[in-house]
Design a protein around this ligand. Structure first.
Ligand code: ATP
Ligand code: MG
Length: 328
């Protein structure tokens, strides 16, 4: 059984990109793997965030995990900040990463661009070190993520290699698992940029009213020409909508293209809106049942107990290997 680990940051309201690139894939792993899915709330502090918003987003993500079909009997769902080993290991691993490596991370460059240089927090810079700790603490092998997180998982591999080279085979090297279709859903109003919950531009939120979702899709930016064809370079808008359609229907892009030979953009957009509203409608129904129950607290409490136990083993192995005195 492989260990599979992933997370979402409670930085904003979840988007259709988070659903397609992350959420909807998680439950597929829980039958045959040891699955750990958490809410990366420490990571959400790397850009300014209102405490009440952080609290609400955190509960929402837990409800979304359950609504997506994650079963707390079959996997471990927990909150990062409730497992102290994450921060402890990050303190250690920070000594095995170089400033140059961190400053080359695309996410750091993108997110710090929105800030005045004097306001770039240390946490934003060291984010990949905490993420490396999140992963290696559980000896996780498969890390299902969207394309944007690939670089961080690759840096984790480098850290593991560097650490193991000095101290022996202590840490497990993780692999990013990236879907062929849907690993980078683009904004509907500007299909050249990624749909992102912390900087949304006309994007679909998972909690949007269904009428609004339909409207956003019907108004999505499309391209010149009239053929429904996948061509990221020349037809970014149509390619993005084809990706959304294919991902939600779990078919290939070629199969999706075949369905719309001869169709105009209007007919195509209506079909994309229909499938999105169908799937998100059912998803929202489950979400509202969960968010109004006491399930969230129960799940996070038992998840934290399990995660603390699992993570303490690796932390102790690391401490012992590097010579920190006093490990039991
Ligand atoms: P933020 O703007 O705070 O970085 P985000 O929308 O990028 O938010 P994350 O919490 O960084 O979301 O990522 C959660 C998961 O969703 C990751 O696996 C990430 O790769 C995936 N993801 C994020 N945006 C997209 C997208 N547009 N398309 C596909 N997957 C995505
Ligand atoms: Mg992101």
């Amino acid at each position: 059984m492989d260990k599979v680990l992933s997370a979402i940051k409670p930085t904003g309201q979840l988007t259709l990109g988070n659903y397609i690139g992350a959420l909807k894939n998680f439950p597929k792993y829980q039958e045959d793997n040891d699955v750990l899915i958490f809410i990366a709330d420490y990571h959400a502090l790397t850009l300014p965030i209102d405490p009440q918003v952080l609290y609400t987003n955190t509960r929402d993500i837990c409800a979304f995990y359950l609504a997506a079909g994650l079963d707390p009997e079959k996997c471990t769902i927990f909150l990062q900040s409730q497992v102290p080993a994450h921060a402890e290991l990050a303190t250690i691993l920070g000594n095995y990463v170089h400033m140059g490596e961190l400053s080359r991370m695309t996410q750091f460059k993108d997110k710090s661009r929105s800030l005045n240089e004097k306001n770039i927090g240390l946490g934003l810079f060291t984010y990949p070190v905490l993420m490396a700790s999140d992963i290696v603490l559980y000896q996780a092998k498969k890390i299902p993520v969207g394309e944007d997180q690939k670089q961080h998982v690759e840096l984790t591999r480098d850290i593991v290699e560097r650490f193991n080279h000095i101290y022996g085979e202590i840490l497990v090297k993780p692999e990013p698992v990236i879907s062929k279709v849907g690993a980078r859903i683009m904004s509907l109003s500007d299909p050249t940029r990624k749909m992102s919950k912390s900087d949304p531009k006309g994007d679909i939120f998972l909690k949007d009213d269904l009428m609004i979702i339909r409207k956003k899709i019907m108004q999505a930016k499309t391209d010149t020409g009239c053929e429904v064809k996948f061509d990221r370079e020349n037809k970014p808008g149509i390619s993005n909508l084809l990706t959304i359609y294919a991902s939600l229907k779990e078919i290939s892009i070629e199969e999706a293209e075949k369905e719309f030979v001869g169709a105009n953009y209007g007919t195509f957009k209506k079909a994309v809106a229909d499938v999105t509203v169908d799937i998100l409608g059912a998803f929202q129904k489950r979400y509202y049942e969960i968010i109004n129950s006491d399930l969230i607290d129960k799940v996070l409490k038992s998840g934290a107990i399990k995660a603390r136990e699992l993570s303490s083993k690796t932390l102790n192995d690391v401490k012992r290997a590097i010579g920190l005195y006093g490990v039991l």
